[in-house]
Design a protein around this ligand. Sequence first.
Ligand code: SF4
Length: 689
Amino acid sequence: ASMRKERIKRTKTVCTYCGVGCSFEVWTKDRKILKIEPQEEAPVNGISTCIKGKFGWDFVNSEERLTKPLIRRGDEFVEASWDEALSLIASKFRAIKKEHGADALGFIASSKCTNEENFLFQKFARAIIGTNNVDNCARYCQSPASSALMRTVGIGGDSGTIRDIEQSDLVITIGANPAESHPVLATRVKRAHKLHGQKLMVVDLRENELAERADLFVHTKPSTDMIWLNALSKYFLDQGWEDKAFLNNRVNGLEEYKKSLEKFTLEYAEEHTGISKEELIQMANMIHEAKSVCMLWAMGITQHMGGTDSSTAIANLLLITGNFGRPGTGAYPLRGHNNVQGACDFGTMPGWFPGYEAVEDDEVRARYEKAWDVQLPKDPGYDNHQMVEGIEKGDLKALYLFGEEMAIVDSNINYVDKNLENLDFFVVQDVFFSKTAQFADVILPASPSLEKEGTFTNTERRIQRLYQVFEPMGDSKPDWQIFQELANKMGAHWDYKHPSDIMAEAASLATYFAGVSYEKLEGFNSQVWPVKKNGESTPLLYQDTFAFPDGKARLIPVDWTKPHDIGEEFDFHLNNGRLLEHFHEGNMTGRSEGINHKVHEPWVEISLEQARDRGIEDGALVRLTSPYGKIKVRAVVTDRVQGKELYLTMNARKDNEMVNRLTSSYFDYITHTPNYKEAGVKMEILEDE
Ligand code: SF4
């Protein structure tokens, strides 16, 4: 028995799914996962996990894992050695750069991969190739929130920690479904609400699980959140309820902001949002009576043509009411992927070096040029969206993408597919032969989180270490090693022995991470950036100053952006989102038996009213058609949605079920985040198959 016990290994890791950042021990014997055991000392979750964290790991040992580099020969892929594959990539990249310039190459990073890997990838794009064309999937989700917070309070991240959310007097969720998308965070809110008298307000199109237990659930018409937010700010100012001392001492731009609110009366808000005047006043009263308010939001705010402005309206309302810088207050854009925060933090963005320092800033660039001994490009590069457009225009010739399922998750995928086909050279690095990989010229097999070391940064800005559980399967390798080998093939002399060497370099260059070190991150320890040189974390931001040179926050006037009109024919509004059981398209959860047997196909939710009027029965097969494509799914009749609002789950694995066959190429005008949540469709009932 003791022999058997010795072979059982316990390794600390951090969840690979959502941005809550749960950590736990994985019990393994050889390559078998025996169990996931959460530990008291885990800083975020303690002894909790959700179904994904607990049962979502079988994919690591899936027979479908890529284990060898593959090179395209005509319509086929043939196995190749690492040397052959990397030599081919190096020579193609060199040739394309020589013929068309460095900006003909684009780099799409992964928010599933570690901080160190994202750091190296942007270094590869900037220092080895010489382009700022590097981005990550925050472009598809929370870029509007980050840019809104950067322009109002200065830092593109959550203001405090989950502990602050728990301590808050009033939690408001807007366009978010934490019970399914951020489950362990939601349990904290549920607990505080039940046991500590915390108030909960939910504003959404759909009556989600938190809405059912909220003190107030407010249904708003699609795309109108910024109107009620502005109207509440105006109402506060009209009532004289604003936090005058806070505004006087800590905030700029009040006068201009006041002027911008003129049209946002309660009547105007009622007319456009469908929220009654009485309800708007009730919302204002709840905020006024609370000593501390947190606002949590997600894709229901950001994925709109006015996503940055709506996020800005949230920050403005929090400023007007003095809800920043104290425990239990602040702005909480809930990060989707495990490391979407970290991918942005560590510089896979077209305009930013690690730690949000601008590529255009001569002093910052000089610091990196000195450290890396190269000339760096000054102008911000293409974001994800512009890269696809760049292919269409003919100025982007090659793309290197890792850990990102672009051909499913980008909006209007019929358009994306067409462009990916037109690339001269496409490298995809992934754990699986993804849908995106079908378009590749070279496919490189990467290792998932359990097969490597590194750090992830959760939605709280908390940096946590993960330790290697298994050896990489087959010939697959951790992404950072692949970048290093490719850089060296292209003439660099990188010599990182371990991800800690990469973090040390990032810490020496980026002020926000100055005191981040692997020693301080041992085991279940964590650090929350900004981390001072002495290693001290900053869990709660803005206690004394906002992150601007004068230390003051900025109220930014914003106006309403109407969604694009696609014609009356497409008379249903299509909302969409995640499920508790699956993560996005399901490349990982769909290959984890413990999860997949529970839920395996997507569905569309239809209101009782429409079901009655159109004679649609629960389980009926329907076709949804938008100007961009069509899909076929089963209907679920429910009172969660109202009127002509539909809700489609995103866990499609089949081509003709994918939500992004329906979404458009319109986007937030500031960050280019697609307006996934503003799709219009028509619906037909089909004969059962
Ligand atoms: Fe993983 Fe998020 Fe679930 Fe925690 S809440 S176990 S981080 S998916």
